[in-house]
Structure formats: structure tokens, C-alpha cells
Design a protein around this ligand. Sequence first.
Ligand code: ZN
Ligand code: ZN
Ligand code: ZN
Length: 366
Amino acid sequence: VTTDRYAERRLRTLEAAEAAGLAGILVSPGPDLAYLTAYTPPPLERLTLLVLSAEADPTLVVPTLERPLAESATGAPDLTVREWRDGRDDPYAIVAGLLGPGRYAVADRTWASHLLALERAAVDRVFVAAGEAVPLLRAVKDADEIERLRAVANAADAAFADVIELRFAGRAETEIAAELDRLLREHGHQRVDFTIVGSGPNGASGHHEPGERRIQPGDAVVMDFGGMRDDYCSDITRTVFVGEPSDEEREVYAIVRAAQQAAFEAVRPGAAAQDVDRAARAVITEAGYGERFVHRTGHGIGLEVHEPPYIVEGNETPLEAGMTFSDEPGIYLQGRFGVRIEDQVAVTAQGAERLNEASRELTVVA
Ligand code: ZN
Ligand code: ZN
Ligand code: ZN
């Protein structure tokens, strides 16, 4: 990713902000700052803030001791850096001095303490959440981002292919979770963010924390796992069966798989995000399990594992080529078992492609 690309992203961001009636956007450490500058300091109590406004050159306000780090960020050699020193300068007054009149979007992950201090320093400005005002800033991925998402998705696929060779019966959920953690790293993840393993009745709880429950023959096991490689996130779910599944489990699995496929086939440029949710939900509702599909069909993925666009009823955002999000319907039968199947997909010029390639066939493990 070249320096030019970061400058272009900053320009596009400012244009989007202006189109949304904003005077600019304020970006604290986090995925938006990484996207716009390649600078990734930890969020701390000392203020670091990128100020993009029509009034001034793009300016990065940083604590003096972090100035060398900020100036070495690969995406930002051309940025103006304004330092502030402990005990001498008021960083919020410095930011206020860079702002003209009007409304400014503030990155969603900005600490409340920073925003409240900024509101006191700039009483006549209005601040709004960037996630509401300009939600799609990072939603359309370029070719390089899609390749990174595919690479990390395929690394998660490889972890799945390995884990189903292991013995499940008699082992604790936490042991399978630890195996997934190891396998994700083995296949190139630099960070593992979650390894959900929900066996039997625990599979009916969507974000179940793996516990000491021993996996039994006859269990359905929902595994939802992912992490990060080269800054981009993976997130995949597969449900496997320990020994031969019952007729009911087979039926529920087939319905979820058909719903996941229907959602995939609904993805194309110009379709609304909610159309994809409706396509999955129609299949599950017609099969009589509509009340048991208790979550949205998907979420965008990129530098964050959950980001816009959200694939949910009420979201009329038109899909565009380059958007990437999950397709993950599920059916949850409380006290008994759950089934979810999740792939990441990318919108293409004509339709969609899956970034995950792991098998969706019904899989029986030992
Ligand atoms: Zn989730
Ligand atoms: Zn997931
Ligand atoms: Zn997901």
C-alpha cells in the first residue's frame, strides 16, 4: 500500500464528510487512523488526534514523546504534525484552534474523556459519531485489501480442515478452542481474537464462551473463530457433528446451509443490505424456524471484525463492488443444539464471491 493511497483515502474521507454536511472528521487511534495514516499507536489518556477539515492541512496532534513514532508512520510522511507537551500545552485547545465552525464527525472509538474535554474546549462546534454520519468510509475495499481478506480467510479455512481431523468426543470445549488458537497461528494468523466452541446445548448460545463441558458423542458443535493477519480479520463458523447426526439435526443443518446459499445468491451490486438478510430469513422462516434465527445475517469485515455494512433488516445501503461482509445465518434450539454456517463474501462487479473455501458439507468428526 503506497503513501499515495493513504493520501487518497484522506481526500476521499474528507469528501465523504463534506457530502454528509460535515466540516471535517476527527480520528483517534484505532482502525480509522490505521486506514488513513498507517499510524497505530495504542489508545491512551494522552490525546492523539488526526484532524481532517476543509479549513486546514491534514494535521496529526500528538504528545511530544510520541512525535518520532508518528513521523515514522508509513502512510503519513506528508502530514503536518502538531505536538503538545505534558504540563505545558492543552491538546484540546490546540485541536479547537484547528476547527472552523460547523459539525465534525468523531471516530467511534474515541474515548469519552477526550470527546468531553474537546466539547469543553470547542463549545460552539457540534460533534457527531463517525459511524452514524459517514458509516461507509472503509466499506469498499480495494484489490489489495480483498487479497488480504482472502489470505486470512483461507488461513482460517486451513485451521478448520485440520481441526476436524482431531478427536472431539470426551474433550472439553476449552481444549478444542486451544487447538483452534494453535492452528490459526500455525496457518499465519498474527493474532487470534476469538475461538467459540459451543457443544450440544451450548451451541444454542450464539456467542458462547467455551467452558469445561465435555463434548459428547451425538453433539452438534458450533465453532466460530478468527483473528488477524496483515491487519485484516478472519471470521468463520462451521458446525460439525460428533458421530452420526439425528434426522432433526440433518434437517436443521440443510435449512441453514440453504439459507446461507440463498443469502450468497442475493449479493450483487445495487441490492440493499437488507435484501441479503431477507433472502436467508425467508428460507428459515418457510421451514418453520424463523423465531429461532435470532440475529442479523451478517456484518462487514476488514480492519475490524465487525464493521459496516451490517446485513440486517432496515439497512437500505446499496451494496457496491468491493464491499466485504459475513453471510452467517443460524438456527438455535434452546437447551438442545444450534447450527450456524459463516463465510466471508465480497461483492463483485456481477454478483459475489466467497472468500472462505472451507467445506460446507455436513461434517462428522470422531
Ligand atoms: Zn459474532
Ligand atoms: Zn463468526
Ligand atoms: Zn461473523
